[in-house]
Design a protein around this ligand. Structure first.
Ligand code: DAH
Length: 342
């Protein structure tokens, strides 16, 4: 029996040394040490030995078993390590090869670019950003802005109401944030409020039922139209360069007195009149004015002590002029070929 075991050992060790992968090694383990394996078979004959020979034979068999086990293990590790080496050699990854996904790195949407630039310009002038809800009380969107029931701006054709009684609406203008700010802040106030607004407008090249406005409000002692002009010109210079020309035209808004609209000289024709400016030479940009005394008083601010100016700008309009885009819809179609250009 001793001889038998010695033989098995030599053959098994020789075979293991030749095994080149994990599967072959596992097969050898089963062949020798498995339940029906050759070493096991020898051990089963143990019963046939005279009792005095059994302990020595048993010890020998166990020794062989553990020797083979560790040989399988060591060989397994060697085979695995060289397989890994082999993979490292063949599966090289060159991280410097240009990618082929085709999309590359993204960038800001043109509207976000202009939004951020406008906000930065105002922050540099000492404004802070205020926020207000898009689902707004009509009271804040209209009444407190001196726009009582019956005013055309409140018409169901223009405004999305959320209830039959027209108490709650989707805000039609960011001007509601003026009221919210003045109600909870004492002057001096210097805020801007960019955000989404909603109107029942058909979609066309210059209209969308959802668009963006940037509201501004300054309230302090001695604020005049001169402050308003300087501030808005500063914005225009920041966005369109130092040579931009603006024009302030009288207008009417219920919540400002006096009110004005501000135009920018047409970038395409330099004021001569062309298709872009519809022959006007000027392009309308925003509404503004001196905050109506009734609006100030309604928010608990004494109009005999304080005055203020306010303005509201369409952010898409600013974007279109900035990048010379002639159709508002392009900004929201998310056509990659279009967006890539900015
Ligand atoms: N709310 C106006 C609009 O949506 C824009 C506007 C005009 C805002 C005059 C103002 C303002 O704050 O004073 O067309």
């Amino acid at each position: 029996m001793k001889e038998q075991l010695e033989n098995l050992k030599h053959v098994a060790l020789a075979e293991v040394a030749l095994a080149t992968d994990a599967v072959a090694i596992e097969n050898l383990r089963i062949k020798y040490l498995g339940r029906k394996g050759e070493v096991t078979a020898v051990l089963k004959q143990m019963g046939a030995l005279p009792p005095e020979e059994r302990p020595a034979a048993g010890a020998l068999a166990n020794e062989l078993r553990s020797e083979l086990e560790s040989a399988f293990l060591t060989r397994g590790e060697t085979v695995e390590a060289s397989a890994f080496e082999e993979r490292l050699k063949t599966e090289t990854l060159d991280v410097t090869i240009p990618g082929n996904s085709g999309n590359g790195v993204g960038h800001k949407h043109p509207v976000s670019t202009v939004w951020d630039e406008a906000v930065d310009i105002f922050l540099a002038m000492g404004f802070t950003v205020a926020e207000g809800p898009e689902i707004e009380l009509s009271e804040y969107c209209f009444d407190k802005l001196n726009t009582p029931p019956g005013h055309p701006a409140r018409d169901r054709q223009d405004t999305f109401y959320l209830d039959e009684d027209e108490v709650v609406c989707l805000r039609t203008q960011t001007s509601s944030v003026q009221i919210r700010t003045m109600e909870k802040t004492k002057p001096p106030i210097r805020i801007i409020s960019p955000g989404r607004v909603y109107r029942k407008d058909e979609i066309d090249a210059t209209h969308s039922p959802i668009f963006l406005q940037l509201e501004g409000l300054v309230v302090d002692k001695g604020i005049t139209m001169g402050n308003l002009k300087w501030t808005l010109n500063e914005l225009m210079r920041g966005l369109y360069g130092p040579d931009v020309k603006t024009r302030f035209r009288p207008h009417h808004f219920p919540y400002t007195e006096p009110s004005c609209e501000v135009d920018m000289q047409c970038f395409a024709c330099g004021g001569k009149g062309c298709r872009v400016c519809k022959g006007e030479g000027w392009i309308e940009l925003l509404g503004a004015g001196m905050v109506h005394p009734k609006v100030l008083a309604g928010c608990g601010i004494d109009p005999d002590v304080y005055s203020g100016f306010a303005f509201g700008i369409g952010i898409e309009r600013l974007t279109m002029l900035r990048f010379e885009i002639n159709d508002l819809r392009l900004l929201y179609e998310n056509d990659f070929r279009f967006l890539k250009q900015f």
